[in-house]
Design a protein around this ligand. Structure first.
Ligand SMILES: Nc1nc2c(ncn2[C@@H]2O[C@H](COP(=O)(O)OP(=O)(O)OP(=O)(O)O)[C@@H](O)[C@H]2O)c(=O)[nH]1
Ligand SMILES: [Mg+2]
Length: 489
């Protein structure tokens, strides 16, 4: 299959013969937006759309910079079975008084944006191509981490989950769940009560791993953390167990009950997601809260690298025979973006990118990713800080300025959500390999920890005529260019 989108679109058109003419004139790109919980998916999509709709500052988005974008608007999405991405609600939250960050979203969502443009290629002009449908599909990154489960038996998965729970950064968090597993006889008759209790303890352990203080990310099964519409269903009421003795369990034992549910999770939850959604994506952006992992220490960074490897493996055809059988085409561009770069001064943005680049390079080597173009950027979907500096003893110190969220603390200080402050956010070390090994900056070398304070989103400005000004951002234009440039030539 060709790598060029024009030919790729021809191919899709031939497949869906009914839409042949329409598709050629108005191609569609399906962009997957993913990332673990709180990585910044909702804020990213909202700001991206707002910037497109309201002509934001996007100097490095070629089609926009060349004045070839005529109109951008939202249209009804093509897939009725996927809930709509609630752009209006999220924008309302961001434009409130005071503005607040959007609420959590735990499900797959979709939104269609149509871009009317003037092509600068003879072929596209001849085809009358003047419109691109951009279908954005927002889904939890946790769900991608379930792919390896398809190649595992319940016994293998149990053994892996048990050994992971014994890692130093996890052991104390897993203590209650491990204690119950060890106290139970898995060969005893099945019991819904025990299944529920075990599943609940297992889920609490995974949730506490995800807390800011630990910031661990490799926590399958994905729906335990992001259940979507499946919360409370039997397909999610299971937990790894330890199989004693000869590895055989009687038919109606607790072990068999859990093994059955593990298999139905794979059949009814994991496979349909990959089959119905994942295999239909053309391009992908993976948002990574790299700063939170840096803040939490070496265990979290290590874990993040494993997570990125697992995510990248989903894009590797041939890695999973079940999946590669379904992949009619291949995702040809993947962008990894370190989000929330506005927590750092711009002098550290390149270093933040470098940290994520090092992590993804190591992960891509392990995933042996053939074919797809992978890019790494540091971005802020919504810039909540501005930059300033102070001069102290002849030395200039870069600062960031913003309004910390109510309840945020710095030392003994508790912020009220109104007062603006300027702080030195800390530098990221120049050498990311060292950072990755040690987890954080080393004060003995004069490096400081990052001061990670959450800031309030900025007030949405309006122009003289009351029209909203686009949301401030860092590098969203680079993101758009990487993902769309060849579709808009
Ligand atoms: N300063 C800053 N904070 C951000 C930015 N993007 C996200 N955040 C913060 O990160 C939080 C999570 O962002 P969301 O966009 O809701 O993350 P998500 O990936 O959709 O999270 P789930 O819906 O829980 O999966 C927000 O509430 C903000 O506090 C950004 O560009 N700048
Ligand atoms: Mg969300």
């Amino acid at each position: 299959m060709s790598d060029t989108p024009l030919l790729a679109n021809l191919w899709h058109s031939v497949r869906d013969a009914g839409d042949y003419v329409a598709d050629l004139r108005h191609p569609t790109i399906r962009l997957g937006v993913t990332g673990l919980a709180r990585s910044g998916k909702t804020v990213f999509i909202t700001s991206l759309i707002h910037n497109l709709l309201h002509g934001g500052r996007l100097p490095f988005f070629d089609a926009m910079a060349e004045g070839r974008i005529n109109r951008v608007y939202l249209e009804p999405q093509p897939n009725d079975e996927i809930p709509r991405f609630d752009y209006d609600r999220h924008l309302d939250e961001l434009s409130g008084t005071p503005p607040v960050w959007p609420s959590n979203t735990e499900r797959i969502r979709q939104l269609r944006v149509t871009i009317e443009f003037e092509s600068n290629t003879v072929l596209r002009k001849a085809l009358g191509q003047d419109r691109l449908h951009l279908d954005i599909i927002d889904y939890p990154g946790e769900w991608l981490l379930d792919l390896p489960l398809l190649n595992m038996s319940f016994e293998e998965w149990s053994a892996q989950a048990f050994s992971m729970s014994a890692m130093p950064e996890r052991l104390s968090l897993a203590a209650d769940w491990r204690a119950m597993v060890m106290a139970l006889d898995p060969l005893a008759p099945q019991s819904e009560k025990n299944a529920e209790k075990l599943a609940q303890l297992f889920r609490s352990y995974l949730l506490s791993c995800r807390d800011d203080a630990h910031a661990l990310s490799m926590l399958p099964p994905g729906r335990f953390l992001m259940p979507g519409e499946l919360a409370g269903s039997p397909a999610l009421t299971f937990s790894p167990l330890q199989l004693p003795g000869n590895g055989r369990a009687p038919k109606n034992s607790l072990w068999q009950m859990m093994a059955r549910r593990f298999e139905s999770y794979k059949t009814h939850v994991v496979k349909p997601f990959f089959k119905e959604h994942f295999t239909k994506l053309d391009r992908q952006i993976v948002l990574v809260d790299t700063l939170s992992a840096l803040n939490a220490g070496p265990g979290a960074l290590n874990d993040l690298e494993n997570t990125l490897t697992a995510i990248l493996q989903c894009y590797r055809p041939g890695q999973n025979s079940w999946l590669s059988g379904l992949l009619g085409k291949r995702i040809d561009r993947i962008l990894f973006a370190a989000t929330k770069a506005d927590h750092l001064h711009q002098s550290s943005h390149e270093r933040l990118r470098h940290v994520l680049k090092t992590l993804t390079e190591r992960a891509s080597e392990r995933a042996d990713l053939a074919g797809a173009r992978v890019e790494v950027m540091a971005i802020a979907s919504i810039r909540s800080t501005s930059e300033t500096h102070i001069t102290q003893g002849g030395e200039t110190l870069p600062l960031i300025k913003g309004i910390p969220l109510k309840g945020e603390t710095l030392g003994d200080r508790v912020f009220d959500g109104v007062e603006e402050i300027a702080i030195f956010p800390g530098d990221l070390p120049e050498n990311p390999d060292k950072t990755l090994l040690e987890g954080r900056a080393s004060p003995e070398n004069g490096e400081e920890d990052i001061r990670f304070i959450r800031f309030r989103p900025p007030r949405l400005e309006t122009g003289f005529d009351g029209t909203p000004m686009a949301l401030p951002h860092i590098h969203l234009d680079h993101v758009l260019n990487f993902l769309l440039v060849d579709y808009l030539e």
